[in-house]
Design a protein around this ligand. Structure first.
Ligand code: PLP
Length: 429
């Protein structure tokens, strides 16, 4: 497979963009090689600048549940563009999208739109702190909530230790209010509550997608909710990735545990930059201009982005029963096929899939938390990634990411993927 034009484009980009990419995860650093430069997307396929076609299991890291260049979303966007790109004043589309979300979740009264998942989570944390008049927050090792300062705390420290910033440029003063707990381990959260009486909120990815794909135990989420209630802390579900992905109601729709606040991103914008946070009126009304907690955005609720989000969500609501059942069946077909292909080659693979999210670890033990995830064989993952790319299948370029199925991916494409994986696993073994 010739990737010369991508290599040249990357060299050129590196001269004017740090690392040649605008988000580090795109940089193929953990799998070797250079990132593919994309010319266009078509349904299930990504097409690079060398005209290679790949079945895409990344889908812009989650937003494209209907695949690339979905007709309905494209038409809605073009219609909105013709009326103007941004007004900095309210439009009815914002109310419509917020109304759709409120009608899906009985516990959500109000929604505020922003332009990214990072912004949604950062704002929800500020709101939780403002509402509870407390400063500390609890996050879990291995969960990613965007790159805002207080959440950029690397996993690795034990429970109850105040976090250390994981990036230069984040003052320790800012992360000292972030306590780390262990995913799927309620004892570690209890320790946090013992350690601090000043906890505003506990934030979690209820289906963790940023240490690879690691679902929470149902009982763990229930216990978390009870613990938060007992201590007067808010429970925040970060559903930036799982929202409208795992099910129409995200992880909440699967587990039934109801958080106090929820954050959305990715699918909610249908491929355009949209994030949102939402919750009960008593909490949301603390936001400016109604309440004292300040939060704002020039492009928040942008009309073109709202049009894409509406077109995406309306299609999902209309076709809920068919869409999610079929996506999950495909995700399971894929991971079961990968597992058995790996096993035929004597390679241990842990797999999981819920809704349109899937993951696999090169590990001989089940993965339930970040430490387990880190014990996976990343060299094997890199070899798999490179091998599959050569065969025309585009997986996320890290062992610690989640894969996505779109409605554009067919059973036949999945079977082709499994066949290619059989070949790649054999070469690896
Ligand atoms: N929260 C979760 C769970 C995510 O997966 C991500 C991004 O992958 C974010 C927050 C940050 O979203 P964004 O990249 O849109 O800022």
């Amino acid at each position: 497979m010739n990737q010369d034009k991508s290599v040249k484009a990357y060299e050129k980009a590196c001269r004017v963009i740090p690392g040649g990419v605008d988000s580090p995860v795109r940089a193929f650093q953990s799998v070797g090689g250079t990132p593919l430069f994309i010319k266009k997307g078509e349904g299930a396929y990504l097409i690079d600048v060398d005209d290679n076609r790949y079945v895409d299991y990344v889908q812009s890291w989650g937003p494209l549940i209907f695949g690339h260049a979905d007709d309905t979303i494209e038409k809605a966007v073009i219609k909105a563009v013709k009326k103007g790109l941004s007004f900095g004043a309210p439009t009815k589309a914002e109310t419509k999208l917020a109304g759709l979300i409120c009608s899906l979740f009985p516990e959500i009264d109000k929604v505020r739109f922003v332009s990214s998942g990072t912004e949604a989570v950062m704002s929800a944390i500020r709101l939780a702190r403002g509402f509870t008049c407390k400063d500390d927050i609890v996050k879990f090792e291995g969960c990613y909530h965007g790159h805002s300062d207080s959440l950029l705390v690397q996993a690795g420290s034990g429970a109850t230790t105040f976090g250390n910033p994981s990036s230069p440029g984040v003052p320790a003063d800012l992360t000292k209010h972030t306590l780390l707990a262990k995913y799927n381990d309620i004892k570690s959260v209890k320790e946090c509550f013992k350690h601090s009486k000043n906890i505003a909120c506990v934030i979690i990815e209820p289906l963790a997608g940023n240490m690879g794909f690691v679902p929470a135990d149902p009982k763990f989420l229930e216990d978390l909710k009870a613990l938060c209630e007992k201590h007067g802390a808010l429970l925040i579900f970060d559903e930036v990735m799982s929202g409208f992905r795992a099910s129409l109601k995200g992880a909440q729709g699967i587990y039934g545990t109801v958080p106090d606040l929820v954050t959305f991103g990715k699918v909610i914008g249908g491929g355009m930059p949209v994030g949102a946070f939402a919750g009960r009126a008593e909490i949301m009304d603390s936001l400016s201009p109604q309440g004292p907690v300040y939060q704002a955005g020039t492009l928040s609720g942008n009309p073109v982005a709202m049009a894409a989000g509406l077109a995406s969500l309306e299609q999902l609501i209309e076709n809920e029963a068919v869409v999610y059942a079929s996506l999950e069946a495909k995700a399971k077909r894929l991971v079961e096929g990968l597992k058995s292909a790996a096993s035929d080659a004597g390679i241990a693979l842990q797999v999981d899939a819920i809704g349109s999210m899937f993951g696999f670890f090169f590990n001989d033990k089940p993965v339930r938390n970040f430490a387990d995830a880190l014990s996976s064989d990343t060299k094997r993952f890199a070899a798999f990634h490179q091998g599959m790319l050569k065969e025309g299948f585009y997986f996320a370029c890290s062992q610690f990411e989640t894969g996505f199925i779109s409605t554009a991916i067919s059973d036949a494409m999945i079977d082709d993927t499994i066949e290619a994986a059989q070949k790649v696993f054999k070469e690896m073994a």
